[in-house]
Design a protein around this ligand. Structure first.
Ligand code: FMN
Length: 343
């Protein structure tokens, strides 16, 4: 029977266990011009030392105004590559695999003078009213995603995650609440996402899997639910997605905290629904930091991988501790062996 520490393989991505560190923006005030620095290095490498199988670098944006804040990471120039490559190499040395989340915040770009979006609808009464992208600008945006993916591949990542969740640009195109366009990107609300997927794939080695994060439910009046997300995820799968990372919400905020259903495992039923309907591997995420619960998600075949976000902010060694609690084999760094002795 599979469990949290059973290895996992998807195309060229070969993981020593099923524990994922999901993307988490660091809003690191020391980050300059989108370039990762020593904070990011210590942050990601320590989770590799801590036993995670896959680490997904935080939302990394395709243009400066695609960032939520000026303290977020970017991949809009080749200058961003070396700092990421340094993190990727060190994470590999500690036995973990590493991906990166490629994104654009759209109307949720707080520090942009004039944010862009599918339609000129502000996020809320305190937000700037965004400017609607022209059709040509949307086409250029696809190109920006493509170039960011090319640079991520050059930095040596093992997988790419496209951010299609939490009310950011791709989600803004998918949602009927935020996309009121009349052009081809409004007539087909998944078109932008599909073009981004195909552009990403064109830059990725043939056997590198593409992950896409989606919000499977919006939790807002007039928003879409699981039936709609199954339908659009099917289109994204056909466009080239190999694995879905199932989150929810986001028209209100970046994470689902404070939304309905933030009890343990609150998004697992959504992950299972997408997995079954589309016959595709999924990552489950959301309050799964109890090792027994995380393990049951794999054992019950609700999902193929489990991501632990806030749990890993609290404890970089979450995976080592979970394996100890669950009595599963895991390689503990020799230097830390005595800290995880089983008696
Ligand atoms: C500080 C912080 C930053 C986050 N940044 C991102 C992000 O960059 N991209 C993303 O898709 N989700 C982001 N999230 C959401 C997490 O990836 C995760 O889905 C969420 O925290 C729920 O999982 P958890 O209960 O294990 O923390 C962030 C969450 C936190 C707490």
């Amino acid at each position: 029977m599979k469990h949290l520490f059973t290895p996992y393989e998807m195309k060229s991505l070969s993981l020593k266990n099923r524990v994922v560190m999901p993307p988490m923006c660091q809003y690191s005030v020391t980050a300059k011009d989108g370039i990762a620095n020593d904070w990011h290095y210590a942050h990601y490498v320590s989770r590799a030392v801590g036993g995670a199988g896959l680490i997904i670098i935080e939302m990394t944006d395709v243009e400066p105004d695609g960032r939520i804040t000026d303290y977020d990471l970017g991949l809009w120039s080749d200058d961003h590559i070396p700092a990421l490559a340094r993190i990727v190499d060190a994470v590999h040395q500690h036995g973990a695999k590493i991906g990166i989340q490629i994104a654009h915040a759209g109307r949720k770009a707080e520090d942009a003078e004039l944010p862009v979006a599918p339609s000129a609808i502000p996020f809320d009464e305190n937000s700037k009213t965004p400017r609607a992208l022209t059709t040509e600008e949307v086409e250029q945006m696809v190109e920006k995603f493509r170039l960011a993916v090319r640079r991520a591949v050059q930095a040596g990542v093992d997988t790419i995650e496209i951010h299609g969740a939490h009310g950011y640009l791709i989600h803004q195109f998918v949602s009927p609440l935020t996309n009121k366009r009349n052009d081809k990107y409004g007539q087909d609300r998944t078109l932008f996402g599909k073009e981004v997927i195909k552009a990403a794939k064109s830059e990725m080695p043939d056997h590198m899997p593409l992950i896409m994060r989606i919000s499977a439910r919006e939790y807002v009046e007039g928003g879409y639910g699981i039936n709609e997300s199954i339908a659009f995820a099917k289109e994204f799968k056909e466009a080239g997605v190999d694995l879905f990372h199932i989150s929810a919400g986001g028209e209100g905020q970046i994470a689902a905290a404070g939304r309905p259903g933030t009890h343990a495992g609150y998004q697992v039923p959504l992950a299972r629904a997408i997995r079954e309907a589309l016959d595709i591997p999924v990552i489950a995420v959301g309050r799964l930091d109890d090792p027994a619960l995380a393990n049951s998600v794999i054992g019950n075949e609700d999902a193929d991988l489990v991501a632990v976000g806030r749990g890993m902010l609290r404890n970089p060694y979450w995976a080592l501790e979970a394996a100890t609690v669950l009595h599963k084999e895991i390689e503990v760094p020799r230097q830390y062996d005595r800290g995880f002795a089983r008696g």
